[in-house]
Design a protein around this ligand. Sequence first.
Ligand code: FES
Length: 175
Amino acid sequence: MEAATRGCQCHALRAQDERYKRLGEIIAQYAGQPGALIPVLHHAQEVFGYLPHDVQVLVAEGLDVPLSEVDGVITFYSLFTSEPRGKYKIGICLGTACYVKGAAAVLEELKKQVGVDIGKTSADGLFTLEVTRCVGACGLAPVMTIGDDVYGRLTPEDVAGILDKYIQAEKNGKA
Ligand code: FES
């Protein structure tokens, strides 16, 4: 009996979380429809920002599909992620033009400055580091995007100053 009163409060916490309520509505809207999995995952990622394991389980149960199928779709489509994303997505282009102009060295500096590897998010939740293919700005190679901002003709020495703009903006925004 005591064990029960000290048991997991996950359901209670979920019930208080508007996001799980929204997820339930999304699943109910699509349940029973063919091809529902991808649109449901898409909406779920909009709600949560990513697709954590418990959300995957709820989607699988709600749509009556195997969890392995949900996992397979998330792994296959690069637009889905099971990891939290940072506020700003950094995309360093490793297309041919950028690569020959030194993008790899810029990437190494980004890893050092952000403190994470490719595909990961900084501990403060500010940056997610990703590699992109050609973004159509080869004349500015090597190129990096941060959110909607584009930076060109980069050297590793530019990285710290650029990142600092976002860090300072975040601090000022919270001040
Ligand atoms: S290869 Fe990087 S912008 Fe084209």
